[in-house]
Design a protein around this ligand. Structure first.
Ligand SMILES: [Fe+2]
Ligand SMILES: [Fe+2]
Length: 148
């Protein structure tokens, strides 16, 4: 969809791994929308698993760079994932009618989230010297005192 193409280019936040993860998500969203029947369900389950890992990845990075688990970025992820998983549970129980609505809602939520929370996270990680490819700090975080 045109809306997705535009968003994909706008969503480049300047961190390769973040951007790759976001683009993968948009591709799976597109696939869910295009698929039908059992294929739609399978793609939706893939979207839920991908989103869980996507959120877990950002949360690992936050924790590694001093952002506390009580930060609202964590809460936003948790709320969204809870809804996605509930829709998956219903689909696995034979009621797949909410998949399209949940997928559209995820996309609507994701755009402003990425442009605010995730953009802020990328800026923070870069400021901290955190390399998302290796998930390490380029330079050791200075503890209270140095040796010597
Ligand atoms: Fe994200
Ligand atoms: Fe996020």
């Amino acid at each position: 969809m045109n809306e997705q193409t535009t968003s994909a280019s706008e969503l480049r936040l300047g961190d390769a791994r973040t951007d790759a993860t976001h683009l993968e998500m948009l591709e799976i969203v597109r696939d869910v929308r295009l698929a039908t029947g059992a294929a739609k369900e399978a793609r939706y389950f893939e979207l839920v698993a991908h989103t869980a890992e996507h959120f877990a990845q950002e949360e690992r990075w936050m924790l590694a760079t001093g952002i506390q688990a009580g930060h609202c970025h964590f809460n936003q992820h948790a709320d969204v994932l809870q809804v996605l998983k509930e829709v998956e549970r219903l689909a696995r129980a034979g009621d797949a009618q909410y998949i399209d609505r949940a997928t559209d809602a995820l996309l609507e939520w994701f755009m402003p989230h990425a442009m605010s929370m995730d953009a802020g996270l990328v800026a923070h990680l870069q400021q901290q010297g955190f390399d998302t490819a290796t998930e390490t700090l380029a330079q050791a975080v200075q503890p209270t005192a140095s040796v010597a």
